[in-house]
Design a protein. Structure first.
Length: 105
């Protein structure tokens, strides 16, 4: 798609979300020009600055729960998500929860 046909499509409504802690979500709704990328939406959202994140290769992002590179073009109604790193391996977390359960006899 060339820039003339992208501009003719009009603005895209997208959402950028980040969960800095469990059960806490910071989300921003944006209107982005057609042809915008995931990186463009991240910059426009202000979430990176607000949460002290850097737009670099170490940032883990996705669209609708699927990991995507920063140069992925956006589509209407996309939800861009910023993923935080795991503090505990999920398997280890399950083991710890299991050990805390009372023994049934």
């Amino acid at each position: 798609m060339d820039s003339d046909s992208a501009a003719a499509l009009g603005p895209l409504s997208v959402q950028v979300s980040y969960s800095p802690a469990p059960r806490e979500v910071d989300s921003v709704a944006l209107k982005m020009p057609a042809g915008s990328t995931v990186a463009d939406a991240l910059r426009a959202s202000g979430l990176l600055e607000r949460h002290g994140l850097a737009l670099d290769a170490g940032l883990s992002v996705g669209v609708w729960m699927k990991a995507k590179p920063l140069d992925t073009p956006l589509r209407e109604a996309d939800r861009v998500e910023i993923y935080r790193g795991l503090k505990v391996d999920p398997k280890e977390a399950r083991r710890l929860r299991y050990r805390k359960q009372p023994k049934s006899r």
